[in-house]
Design a protein around this ligand. Sequence first.
Ligand SMILES: Nc1ncnc2c1ncn2[C@@H]1O[C@H](COP(=O)(O)OP(=O)(O)OP(=O)(O)O)[C@@H](O)[C@H]1O
Ligand SMILES: [Mg+2]
Length: 266
Amino acid sequence: MIEVRNLVKRFGGFTAVDGCSLTVETGSLTGLIGPNGAGKTTLFNTIAGTYRPDGGQVLLDGADVGGMPPHVLFRRGLVRTFQIPHEFSRMTVTENLCVPVPGQSGENLFAAWFGWGRIAREEAAIRKRALEVLEFLNLSHVADHQAGRLSGGQKKLVEIGRAIMSGAKTILLDEPAAGVNRALLGTLTEDIRRLHRQGYTFLLIEHDMDMIAALCDPIYVMAEGKVLAQGTMAEIRADARVREAYLGHGMSADGATGGAARAGRA
Ligand SMILES: Nc1ncnc2c1ncn2[C@@H]1O[C@H](COP(=O)(O)OP(=O)(O)OP(=O)(O)O)[C@@H](O)[C@H]1O
Ligand SMILES: [Mg+2]
């Protein structure tokens, strides 16, 4: 479980995250929405260890992890994906999935000298796991393609694949639907749902209200660095403050059919 208490993150004199509190229950699929510039990605980065908090706490299963770097959090089971995919563009899709696995002895010089048999076995196991993950994500047909040549949607799936490969069970997804075509969007939504059923916990930032409505409960709404509201999709939609926050940014919280709610997409 992630508990964020009164979290603050400043950039110079500007407070991007201004005393946010939220809880991501283990096994939940929690949503995080809000107009562009609300501070969602900054909140993610502060939870995932990219930024040090300027105030408040991040508790992971009760332990204060505020300020711990991403690779430490990732050993504690927390991993995030990026709003803009960070694939290794010249490597194949399978290679991309094989890169970030923690505890790979190939990284260790002594193991490399003395344990080559074990490394070969581990690499084979990792590759096998990568192929399973690609199959799960319906990406087997592009397993040997250069990752940089994939479509935007496929790159998002690769990001999720890498998160799965990390072994972390809590995944922060930053706009997985951004830049994904309608056809792939259904697949992506279903993949997240299936992973959730398998026991993964998600915190999902998204401007696509269809995806949020289909997947998330509860949903937190952020505006101007603060949590404005929380609840089910129905509760959020009925909330006048949420409506106002979106309208102030020329967006509609009704977004299910309105393209404006997706204005934040790349
Ligand atoms: N590294 C940074 N340095 C200075 N200001 C930043 C930095 N990162 C973000 N900001 C500012 O902090 C505010 C919140 O940005 P953030 O990216 O967290 O918003 P967001 O809710 O993720 O928006 P979007 O929906 O457009 O992705 C914005 O005003 C942004 O310009
Ligand atoms: Mg963002």
